[in-house]
Design a protein around this ligand. Structure first.
Ligand code: C5P
Length: 228
């Protein structure tokens, strides 16, 4: 299992049937597959209930906590009945106090991944938000905070892997904004192929639409081939 590439499949849908299909069609001995459940499915009717029954050992609950410490801590307590969650995410921009609270409440039950500048943001968007630094430098600041607070890993785009790796040694680097060669970017701005992200040092990549739109089995074959 150790040398296998970890692929988190973003299960972005409200349909339980679709999630069942994604899980049953992505059984692969060649990859270490995990399932990322995000806001769309978690907020769907009965989504939370369904999530509690998923058997995979590699569930990544991507709720991207981003609120004051008290609210995030209470929200984390509120999902503690979900026993099968391995990873949770919090925006590093939620601040050090919030991240500390999440860590404290989590009591090492979950691996906490700090989310840096979203892959859907480009340099113009970031500037308009008032950031004076360019994207890489903002991500570097965020990575330093993640390191200082001893988060388990970081979520960043492929373009920042090299810089983040230097700071977050021994931490997991999870990379979304992944597209198979030739696929459209859609709303993502900072994209990369899975092979390039792994070559640069990602410990895992997140793939949604490139894998789940159209024929999932064929897309998975294409993914495996692209990694060679
Ligand atoms: O379909 P696509 O591959 O673009 O999906 C990417 C997934 O990764 C989505 O579920 C999105 O919420 C998540 N994500 C992201 N960018 C981040 C963090 C998470 O796209 N910076």
């Amino acid at each position: 299992m150790k040398n296998k590439k970890t692929i988190f499949i973003a299960c972005d849908t409200t349909s339980q049937k679709k999630i069942k299909k994604i899980i049953s069609e992505t059984n692969s001995l060649k990859l270490n597959i995990g399932y990322k459940i995000g806001l769309e499915f978690f907020y769907s009717k009965n989504g939370r209930n369904f999530l509690s029954q998923i058997k995979s050992k590699n569930i990544f609950l991507d709720l991207k906590f981003n609120d004051i410490p008290n609210t995030c801590g209470a929200a984390l307590k509120a999902i503690q009945d979900l026993k099968n969650i391995k990873y949770i995410t919090a925006h590093i921009n939620s601040g050090e106090e919030t991240l500390r609270t999440i860590k404290r409440i989590s009591r090492n039950k979950y691996k906490i991944l700090g989310v840096t500048v979203l892959t859907s943001i480009n340099k113009i968007h970031l500037k308009r938000l008032g950031f004076k630094n360019d994207i890489k430098n903002v991500v570097v600041c965020q990575a330093k905070i993640a390191k200082k607070l001893k988060l388990n890993g970081i979520v960043c785009s492929g373009q920042e892997i090299k810089k983040v790796k230097k700071i977050c040694k021994n931490m997991e680097i999870v990379v979304p904004g992944i597209r198979l060669p030739g696929d459209k970017n859609q709303d993502q701005k900072r994209v990369m192929t899975p092979k390039k992200a792994f070559d640069l040092g990602a410990s895992a990549v997140v793939i949604g639409r490139s894998l789940t739109n159209g024929n999932i089995k064929q897309n998975l074959k294409k993914l495996i081939k692209s990694l060679k």
